[in-house]
Design a protein around this ligand. Structure first.
Ligand code: DGL
Length: 260
């Protein structure tokens, strides 16, 4: 069983991609809606929440853990790997790897929460492999609450995106990493803003592909369920109408959210 957690509903973009690419695997998801957003909290708090979220998923039977949150991935991955024996998969490496493979100019933009951008993890990962590349990062702290509210196509959201992306305008990037699992819900608005010549990298899709490749190479990581008993369970620490609406939008079907 694949365990996936996020600070809220953004990680469901990863879960949806995993459902699509790995339909024969069971999923247990935990969205910490009661404590979202993580992006404006300290590294110590985010790490503490991530440890508890992982414990919860392991108790539910998870055999591998996907940290479906750039914020938690950027500050808590090492602590989780130290604490737990199961494979811990973060979302930064798959997105950074895809960005490196995609850019033609070596000029890459990254947008994310304050904690992700402050951690410098994308710069370290990208420039660690390609010191000749340039990474330009912008924190976009208002975007997560807007997505959680379901404001994914409002005029106000467009204005805020324009404001956040403005500093990237003169940087001549040709690739932009959506370094937050909430942002795929804003793909259209962001693409319109940056123009067609900039390729968007979705950390959700890249992470799902990474997990698919990992399980193809090491199928023994997960005891495969019999066909027909695949389960997809979505747990949340708070149940709000906005969460239900956004979850339905992500999965394009009504989704049962189970309150822990
Ligand atoms: N979805 C999380 C991420 O990928 C951010 C949400 C939050 O700030 O809680 O960074």
């Amino acid at each position: 069983m694949i365990g996936i957690f996020d600070s809220g509903i953004g990680g469901m973009t990863v879960a949806r991609a995993v459902e699509q690419l790995l339909p024969d695997y069971s999923i247990v998801y935990f969205g910490d809606i009661a404590r979202t957003p993580y992006g404006s909290k300290s590294a110590a708090t985010i790490t503490d929440y991530s440890l508890r979220n992982t414990e919860f998923l392991l108790k539910k039977g998870a055999e591998i853990i996907i940290i479906a949150c750039n914020t938690a991935s950027s500050v808590a991955t090492e602590a989780l790997r130290r604490e737990f024996q199961v494979p811990i998969i973060e979302v930064i490496t798959p997105a950074a790897t895809k960005a490196i493979a995609t850019t033609k100019t070596g000029r890459i933009g990254v947008i994310g929460t304050r904690a992700t951008i402050r951690s410098g993890v994308y710069e370290q990962t990208i420039c660690g492999q390609r010191p000749d590349f340039h990474v330009f990062s912008e924190a976009c702290p208002l975007l997560v609450p807007l997505v959680e509210e379901g404001w994914t196509n409002k005029q106000e959201t467009k204005m805020i995106i324009r404001r956040y992306l403005h500093p990237l305008k003169d940087k001549q990037i040709d690739t932009l990493v959506l370094g937050c699992t909430h942002y795929p819900l804003l793909t259209q608005l962001i693409q319109t803003r940056v123009g067609k010549r900039v390729t968007l990298i979705d950390s959700s899709v890249e992470t799902a592909k990474y997990v698919r490749d990992l399980l193809t190479e090491q199928p023994q990581l997960i005891a495969r369920e019999e066909k027909g008993i695949v389960t997809h369970r979505y747990f949340v620490s708070d149940l709000t109408d906005a969460a239900k609406t956004v979850a339905r939008k992500i999965f394009a079907r009504p989704l049962e959210l189970i309150l822990t």
